[in-house]
Design a protein around this ligand. Structure first.
Ligand code: 1HN
Length: 352
């Protein structure tokens, strides 16, 4: 590899020259070029980090006491990557993750916005997300999509708290200066609860009429965890030992990613199994659905992550996972920005 030459710095330039430029909203590129374009690999601000649900939960429940839903709209504690500080709502450079609480009888009112959001249900019974009038029941581990600009609201007619993890491409849309929200009235209920999961019940089967119709961009909105888990267990029989079993959530009409910017997958580590994931250029956030997993990210040992714990992996970081249990499988959910990276032609996978 060629050594890149050291570039000139700001303090080598005359003050009057810099002032003359600044007065005209100009700066020289070369003193900051390497900072924006490091040689060989990106230098992410994001750092490997872990949030433990046992530490988050009491603070989230306290939010339920302190802040009524009317004062919050969405009662969420945001998982801020320490490399980005506490202001920018970054879990990674592109991914926002938070834990949302809704209490019985509450209603998180309808709105729509350009950022995409997904929910991964953590605990509680009776929560419902309504997307464009379609009622989607929320159970532990279920994945629910709220695509860009689609109306969505959350209601809870059950008992006890309901908690889910939200993942959005908010940092990306903030960088694009494209984030805003429209508030509105509830969409008329379509009286077809969970219709998308009914129509796309099984992989490889689609409603016959859909072949003749223009494809809906988001035909499936909810993946019940029970079915994802079963599919992982089945795929484990066909996955070499020492390799994580991994399934991608895809659009059942196209077979492609189910949302344009963020990708979602489910992972299983068999009892006692340790596996390194293929290192790639995407940033990622992992959520432990069930189990006890040792996580090493970019050479940093994050320790053991258990149910509902979340950890972030910067772009290009190697991720190693090990199931601590020799009896039970461990299950994780992964969010990454690979779909966007693929679309703009920058996604890279590394052999190491
Ligand atoms: C949002 O709309 C929700 O609808 C949750 O539940 C979290 C964070 C930032 C911006 C919009 C929701 C959000 C959000």
């Amino acid at each position: 590899m060629n050594d890149a030459p050291t570039l000139g710095t700001l303090d080598e330039l005359p003050r009057a020259y810099l002032d003359a430029m600044a007065a005209r909203n100009l700066v020289p590129l070369w003193p900051s070029l390497r900072g924006f374009m490091p040689v060989g690999a990106p230098r992410p601000r994001s750092v490997p980090s872990l949030w433990r649900y046992t530490e988050v939960r009491p603070l989230l429940m306290q939010a339920g006491d302190l802040t009524p839903i009317e004062k919050a709209e969405r009662r969420v504690l945001v998982y801020c990557n320490p490399g980005h500080g506490l202001d920018g709502l970054h879990s990674s450079g592109t991914i926002y993750v938070g834990m949302q609480l809704i209490l019985p009888g509450e209603n998180a009112p309808p709105h729509r916005h350009p950022p995409v959001a997904v929910r991964l249900v953590v605990e509680g019974e009776g929560g419902v997300t309504i997307v464009n009038g379609e009622r989607l029941p929320m159970q532990r581990g279920d994945l629910i999509l709220t695509p860009s600009l689609n109306w969505h609201e959350h209601v809870h007619a059950g008992t006890g708290p309901v908690v889910w993890m939200d993942a959005l491409d908010l940092p990306l849309l903030v960088a694009m200066e494209a984030a805003y929200v429209v508030e509105g009235d509830s969409r008329p209920s379509r009286n077809a609860p969970d219709a998308s999961a009914t129509r796309y019940r099984r992989a490889g089967l689609v409603p016959y009429a859909s072949l003749a119709a223009p494809r809906a961009p988001y035909p499936l909105l909810r993946w019940p965890w029970e079915e994802v888990r079963e599919a992982l267990v089945a795929l484990a029989a066909d996955t070499p030992a020492g390799q994580a079993v991994q399934l991608a959530y895809v659009n059942p009409e196209t077979g492609g990613e189910c949302l344009p910017t963020l990708g979602f997958s489910a992972l299983m580590l068999r009892p006692g199994e340790a596996a390194g994931l293929v290192r790639d250029s995407a940033s990622k956030v992992f959520h432990v659905v069930a189990g006890l997993v040792d996580a090493e990210v970019g050479g940093t040992d994050l320790g053991a992550a258990e149910d509902a714990d979340v950890f972030a992996a910067p772009p290009h970081a190697k991720v190693r996972l090990a199931n601590r249990s020799t009896r039970q499988p461990a299950f994780l959910f992964q969010v990454d920005d690979a779909p966007l990276q693929r679309k703009i032609g920058i996604h890279e996978r590394f052999a190491d």
